[in-house]
Write a new protein. Structure first.
Length: 636
């Protein structure tokens, strides 16, 4: 049976075995995979429903009405591709190549399907996206301390005693990792603002207020240092700036930390003393670093494992292989203009984007401040092409819509940002649409480009990537996955050590030590927008039918507003307003409300991104600040 791999933007990157029985796709986990171990998450189990969905796009569409109206006419592939090629030529001739932007992200993480289309846009010298929507601030923060965001191999958890899930609901978003920790009998702690399903299944839960992660981490560091619980030999040999950091944290007022975080002094002490004794590992989540203070928080948290003697005692990212050949940046003849992902609306408003090519992404659901983005697209002259499996909100705003196929219909490989295994994905069946690489070749031909790099087959690209990384194509085909050996690692910081005093941070105008700034907003309630268990950002909302559009609210906040459980409420701020029903829950602290993210507005009439902030954290790589959104709520 063919090997498959889940290409979703998920830590686990499951290896699967698939087949078609009686005309229906059947999937199961690959039992030989050491991380995903033969079982699938609830989303994975429903992949056949997604594959056979009736609303999959079957033919190309060309807009026949107002933008966003949903009025299209069907077209042949030849007509659609020729129209895209014609508009691409006209745009470059009139406005220059940098007026063209390819907007893609990790909706499909297959190395060919993700990267190969970029070859065409590199060849054309177009503008490229500077990715900041997901984990950018944390990436920059970890580079400040360690010189890398690549942490511990999760297979090393078998040698650990304690894992702390800090700002990650792993039971929902990293199920195989959570079960791996359980398998190896690690003690599990959670630090989070919300009492998540992970928190409820943890041995200890430390519930803090938003943005106070940095204070909590610094307080823990203070107690570990003051009580001489740190690994003195490790710190002496491997840490730069310990003395300066020590002088910084010992000044911290624990009563202030208690007031800001909502934790008791006993809880802070318990965390510090037990963490030091058990030499804990920290899985640092992505959600809380998508805030104005997120980078500072990650810097502070990442210091704790080093204090207790870990060389790389955090889990955050796992860049294992060089994929640059698939992308083909070598085809450029001039440096790329990079457009910050979170500033798409701004660049459209300024008239700097005239042609937008979208694949592997649904920005009209996933980007913040949707009212501004949609207004920019309507009011400005931008030709939009979307290549997708479904008629998403972005597709509805497009001039040309091209049907995509799924990863069950093509050959690819995929790595993971959690573990060190590369998985094989073989075609199982063929229903509708074309792959991203197929469309790229069609466009290159329609444009009259003869460069051979734009016509390489998927298998040729895959074999070249594997060869560059010294990985065996034969082994991959036999097992469905192959592990990338870990090379000797060092800290790529200016000092060559773990930097508690960060020189890289000072070069960007930041303090050498993590700083706390009290969060302030124009509205009284902090809005959090995590992902739902059954979705991955905007994916699956149209397929699984499991959507929870409710606003979760603390009973005390509701009582102040005379709101009862199940009431219809309006949630509003300067960016927009939405109406939904409210669910009261003590899992959400006072002063905080929660809406799950990125539902399709075309299905609900709204999503949380009609409220979220499009601010960026410039000194942390223009990282997103979704979770620095403030709102108020009233009964309607």
């Amino acid at each position: 049976m063919p090997f498959s791999a889940c290409m979703r933007d998920c830590y686990d990157t499951c290896s699967m075995i698939s087949e078609v029985k009686n005309g229906r796709l059947v999937v199961k986990g690959n039992p030989r995979h050491p991380i995903t171990e033969g079982f699938l998450c609830p989303k994975g189990a429903l992949l056949p429903k997604w594959f056979h969905a009736e609303d999959r796009l079957k033919v190309p569409l060309i807009r026949a009405g107002e933008r966003g109206s949903g009025k299209f006419r069907e077209a042949s592939w030849a007509e659609a591709i020729n129209l895209v090629a014609q508009k691409l030529r006209e745009t470059i001739d009139e406005y220059g190549s940098e007026s063209v932007l390819v907007y893609q992200y990790a909706g499909d993480r297959g190395i060919v399907n993700y990267a190969f289309p970029l070859r065409l846009f590199h060849y054309l010298n177009t503008a490229m996206l500077d990715y900041g929507i997901c984990d950018r601030a944390g990436q920059e923060a970890l580079r400040d301390v360690y010189g890398t965001a690549v942490g511990m191999d999760p297979e090393e958890l078998k040698r650990q005693k304690l894992i702390v899930y800090w700002g990650i609901n792993a039971f929902w978003t990293n199920l195989h990792g959570f079960m791996l920790a359980k398998k190896h009998s690690l003690e599990i702690w959670t630090v989070d603002v919300v009492r998540t399903e992970t928190a409820k299944r943890s041995d200890k839960f430390f519930q803090i207020m938003p943005d106070t992660d940095v204070l909590f981490a610094l307080a823990v560091a203070k107690l570990i240092i003051e009580n001489e619980l740190y690994d003195k030999d490790f710190v002496r040999e491997n840490v730069y700036g310990f003395k300066e950091f020590k002088n910084y944290v010992i000044k911290l007022d624990l009563d202030f930390v208690k007031r800001e975080t909502g934790l008791s002094c006993e809880e802070i002490e318990e965390f510090a003393f037990d963490f030091a004794e058990k030499k804990g590992v920290i899985h640092i989540g992505y959600g809380f670093q998508r805030s104005l203070g997120g980078g500072e928080a990650v810097r502070a948290i990442s210091i704790l494992p080093a204090l207790v003697g870990h060389r790389f005692g955090f889990i955050y990212d796992m860049k294992t292989i060089d994929k640059s050949y698939a992308e083909g940046a070598f085809l450029r003849t001039k440096p790329a203009k990079r457009i910050p992902q979170m500033k798409l609306a701004e660049y459209i408003e300024k008239g700097e984007i005239k042609f937008l090519y979208v694949y592997n992404s649904n920005p009209l659901a996933s980007l913040p401040n949707q009212n501004r983005l949609r207004r920019a697209l309507i009011e400005n002259d931008v030709f939009i092409v979307t290549h997708d499996i479904f008629l998403t909100d972005t597709a509805l705003f497009s001039d040309v819509v091209l049907p995509a196929n799924t990863f069950f219909e093509r050959l690819d490989i995929v790595d993971s940002y959690y573990h060190r295994h590369v998985a094989l994905n073989e075609p199982v069946a063929e229903l509708y649409g074309k792959s991203n690489s197929e469309v790229t070749r069609l466009l290159a031909k329609a444009l009259g480009i003869e460069n051979p790099h734009l016509y390489e087959s998927d298998e040729e690209v895959i074999q070249k990537v594997l060869e560059i990384n010294n990985l065996s194509w034969k082994e991959l085909k036999a097992k469905g996955f192959v592990k990338v050996p870990e090379k000797p690692r060092k800290w790529e910081t200016p000092s060559g050590k773990i930097e508690f005093y960060s020189r890289r941070a000072t070069e960007r105008g930041l303090s050498p030590f993590p700083e706390y700034k009290s969060p302030q907003g124009n509205y009284p309630l902090r809005l959090l927008s995590p992902t739902h268990r059954m979705t991955i950002t905007s994916q699956y909302h149209n397929t699984y039918g499991i959507i929870d559009p409710s606003l979760y609210m603390n009973p005390d906040d509701a009582e102040e507003r005379e709101i009862c459980d199940g009431d219809t409420v309006e949630v509003f701020n300067d960016n927009g307003r939405i109406k939904t029903t409210v669910k009261l829950s003590d899992d959400v602290p006072k002063g905080v409300v929660l809406l799950y993210k990125a539902f399709w507005p075309s299905l609900l009439g709204w999503n949380v991104n009609f409220l979220t902030s499009d601010e960026t954290v410039e000194k942390y790589g223009n990282g997103s600040a979704y979770h620095s959104t403030w709102v108020d709520v009233r009964k309607v």
